[in-house]
Design a protein around this ligand. Structure first.
Ligand SMILES: Cc1cc2nc3c(=O)[nH]c(=O)nc-3n(C[C@H](O)[C@H](O)[C@H](O)COP(=O)(O)OP(=O)(O)OC[C@H]3O[C@@H](n4cnc5c(N)ncnc54)[C@H](O)[C@@H]3O)c2cc1C
Length: 478
């Protein structure tokens, strides 16, 4: 069949209005939240699992690459259609199908916005802990594909810990139900875990059964200011060593504080080297006792001020700074490269020091913030993609950052995934055997290599289909 026939078949499968070929629509689907972009040949938005499967079968029959995407808030280039072909938008699959209070489960479609899912669980008296900072835009499907984490990861874990079962469309169009919907009663390997974090390279998630937990009865929030970054990093370890596991333990370095203050004018200290935002939850008595322990540990490590929120408005005020970081950094420089190199908690001070040295060595602007409680830091390079010399220095700094994280016993990515942005470094972390395993699984499930090509284990592989130019293909003329 010619491309014109494919286009006709796609329109039949999902409805003509859900197949977009105009260049402005393709541009809107050419990027994620990184600076990487690539134009898809067309954008297809199926409205059901059957439609997803039909699109996958058509793509397979025509050997057309297919890149799934949710809200495109990804920070590793995962949803960028590197090899062109179809950008498969899952955002029409946006129904919350069930909140099962007795079974403590939610069943949702992949295009549901993370915060909407969490709010529905909360209204039903339950709690969905994973809370990526992007929760108001990211989708649950994207969270599953990236195994998203967030500030609450320290106490509650990451998306993987809440996925019970998945419905998935495999690269040949088969629809499979995988996982353990009965939470501990299933048989055989838990194949859902193979899909979590596979970044849209092994299958397209079309329905998700999530574990929910009980709502915490009480919550307290505090912000501590430190004159020395090393003291703040040491306070993180001291808190955990004191036997307290906060829900959240977020670090902001001095450069981050100054960027946020310039943006918000919220009265943040611009002379401090660091701040720690801590949140505790549990029973009221336990939370108050833990708050006293944290306060003591922070002050012992040199905190010059510990502000405890006394009202919901206060909580909001303390969180405002953390939530404004991305926007504030964006105001300083046009391009913000957000990394999530993660190290064992005890090595947080060492990584923070390394970041300062790397920034100085390469003459680039870097800030550090992130989920310090679980060692998941976000060193960000603030740069300008239109300045090639500066971008070269930024790339070199990022290479050194990854090398430092691995040398400290850490990982390239604590939560943002590998995509294409970190793929060149993946072998350094996994080794040759790990790469061979990853490639073997990919080849077994997707021998034609059509699903999200150029990411993770297929980075650098030859294009799976000849490049197509608009006008030559018949798609855009049809
Ligand atoms: C300001 C900001 C803050 C952020 N904070 C955090 C944070 O705290 N923690 C964190 O973990 N991440 C964070 N992120 C990164 C990002 O939001 C997460 O990776 C999120 O999970 C991506 O969801 P998405 O719907 O935008 O997915 P997309 O970016 O659209 O896609 C991400 C990947 O998932 C695949 N994919 C999407 N949907 C499906 C599906 N249904 N089936 C199969 N594959 C699919 C895509 O192919 C791609 O590889 C942040 C991003 C921004 C911009």
């Amino acid at each position: 069949m010619a491309d014109r026939d494919l286009l006709r078949a796609l329109r039949q499968a999902v409805g003509a209005e859900h197949v977009l070929t105009a260049v402005e629509d393709r541009l809107c689907h050419s990027h994620d939240a990184t600076f990487r972009d690539a134009l898809p040949d067309l954008v297809v938005s199926p409205g059901s699992t059957a439609e997803v499967a039909a699109v996958v079968r058509l793509a397979a029959a025509h050997r057309v690459p297919l890149t799934p995407r949710g809200a495109a808030s990804g920070l590793s280039g995962g949803a960028v259609p590197l090899h062109g072909g179809i950008a498969l938008s899952l955002t029409r699959l946006d129904r919350i199908l069930a909140i099962d209070v007795a079974g403590r489960r939610a069943v949702v479609e992949p295009g549901v916005v993370t915060a909407a899912q969490a709010a529905a669980a909360w209204e039903a008296g339950l709690f969905y802990p994973p809370d990526p900072a992007s929760a108001r835009m990211s989708t649950v499907g994207g969270n599953v594909a990236e195994c998203a984490g967030g500030p609450r990861g320290l106490k509650y874990g990451v998306t993987r810990d809440y996925v019970l079962a998945l419905e998935v469309v495999l690269p040949d169009g088969t629809v499979a139900e995988v996982g353990d919907p009965l939470d501990g009663e299933g048989c055989g390997p838990d194949w859902a875990m193979l899909l979590v974090g596979s970044e849209g390279t092994l299958g397209i998630v079309t329905r998700i059964t999530l574990r929910l937990v009980g709502r915490p009865a009480a919550q307290r929030t505090a912000l501590a200011i430190f004159d020395r970054l090393d003291d703040a990093a040491a306070a993180v370890s001291a808190t955990i060593a004191a036997g307290v596991v906060p829900t959240t333990l977020e670090l902001m370095d001095g450069a981050t504080l100054r960027a946020v203050e310039a943006y918000l004018h919220a009265g943040l200290p611009t002379d401090a080297e660091a701040a720690l935002l801590v949140e505790l939850d549990g029973t009221p008595g336990a939370v108050e006792a833990q708050l006293r322990q944290v306060d003591e540990a922070f002050r012992r490590q040199g905190a010059r001020d510990v502000q405890v929120a006394g009202s919901p408005a206060d909580v909001e005020r303390l969180w405002r700074a953390r939530r404004a970081i991305s926007a504030a950094c964006g105001q300083l420089n046009p391009t913000k490269i957000s990394e999530d190199a993660t190290v064992p908690r005890s090595r947080v001070p060492a990584l923070v020091r390394e970041v300062g040295e790397i920034a100085r060595r390469h003459g680039v602007k870097m800030v550090v913030f992130g989920h310090a409680g679980d060692g998941n830091l976000h060193p960000n390079v603030l740069t300008n993609r239109d300045d090639p010399a500066e971008m070269e220095r930024a790339e070199a700094a990022i290479g050194d950052l990854f090398a430092a994280a691995l040398a400290l016993g850490g990982t390239l990515s604590g939560e943002h995934g590998i995509g294409c942005m970190k793929a060149p470094w993946l072998e350094r972390e996994l080794g040759a055997a790990g790469m061979a395993l990853g490639r073997g699984v990919k080849e077994a499930l997707d021998p034609a290599g059509l699903l999200n090509p150029g990411k993770m284990f297929t980075f650098g592989a030859a294009p799976v289909a000849p490049p197509r130019e608009p006008g030559q293909t018949g798609w855009h003329a049809a």
